[in-house]
Design a protein around this ligand. Sequence first.
Ligand code: AMP
Ligand code: MG
Length: 326
Amino acid sequence: MKRALIFILAALLLTSCGQTEEHSATVFAMDTVMELTAYGENGEAALEAAKTEIYRLDGLFDRRNEDGEIFALNKNGGGEVSDDTAGLLRRGEEIRALTGGAFDMTVAPVMDLWGFYGQDYRVPDGAELAAALEKVGGEVTVEGNTVTLGEGTLLDPGGIAKGWASARLMEIFREKGVTSGLVSLGGSVQALGSRPDGTPWRVAIQDPDGEGYAAVLSLTDTAAVTSGDYQRYFEQDGKIYHHIIDPSTGRPADSGLRSVTVVCRDGALADGLSTALFVMGRERALDLWRESGGFEAVFIDSDGGIAATAGLRGLIRSDKEIVFCE
Ligand code: AMP
Ligand code: MG
C-alpha cells in the first residue's frame, strides 16, 4: 500500500514536472534581441518552429532585404505579395485610419532622412524635411494579395512588424500544443495563457531614465507593447532625436511622453497603437481609448509621472503613484 502510494506520488511529480518544464531561446532578428519561453513537453518543438517563423517574417518584412517583399514593393511601387505581407499591411492601414494618421507606415522617406535606416544619423534641414514629407501620407491599397502604392510612397513596417510576429508566435505555440508561454521581441511582449502555476505573467515597464522598471503589469493571454523615446535615438548638440516620427511634422514626436505601453489581445494592434499613441500624446490617446476601446494603456510622461487607463486597475503596480484615467 505504502509503496503504491509512493509510486503514485512519484508519477504525479514527474508529470507535473513534465508540464512545467521551461524551454527558452534567444534570437536576434528584426534588429532586436528576442526572448522566447515555452512551457511543457512540446516547448522545444514550439521554439524551433517559432524561430523558423521569426526568420521567415524578418526576411519578408525587412526593407533592406533585397529578396524581401517590402523591399520589392518599395522598388516597384506595388506588386503581388504573400498572405503574411498583405495581412501586415492591411492591419497597418486599419491602424492608420483608426489613429487619424498618427501611425503611418509611409513615414519611410523621413526615417531615411534622419538616418534611422542604416544608423547614419543626422539632423535634416527644413527644406529636406519638406521634400521628404511630400512623399509621406500616400496611398497604400491592398486588394487580396495585390498591393498598390501611391507615387513616391515607401513603406516602413517597423512600427508593427514585431507585434505582428509575436501574434503569429502565439498561433504557433498553440498549434504545437503549448498552453503557457511568453515572447518578448524588443519592447513587444505577448503572453500565452498564464504562468504554469496559473498565476498571471508579470511584465515590467522600463523606467525611461534608468535600468530599472517603472511599473509591473500582471497579464494573462495578452500583448503589452511599449514605444519609448529611449529605445532608439541619437544625440546631437546636446539634443536627443528619437525614432518615433510625427508624420505631420517629419520630426521626432514631441508630445510630452517618454513611453506608452499598450495592452490588448492583438499583438499587431498593440504594436501599431503604441507607436501611434506616443505620437498623439496622452490627451488625444485617451480620447481614442474612450471612443474606440479595445485596449488599455500606460503613459509615462517627461516628468516621470505614470498614468493608466481605468481597465488596468488592479493589474498594474508601481512604487510611484499611478493616476487612473476614466
Ligand atoms: P515602435 O518601436 O513600435 O514604436 O516603432 C518605431 C518604428 O516604427 C520606427 O523605428 C520606424 O521604423 C517606424 N515608425 C516611426 N514613426 C512611425 C509612425 N508615426 N508610424 C508608423 N511607423 C513609424
Ligand atoms: Mg509599435
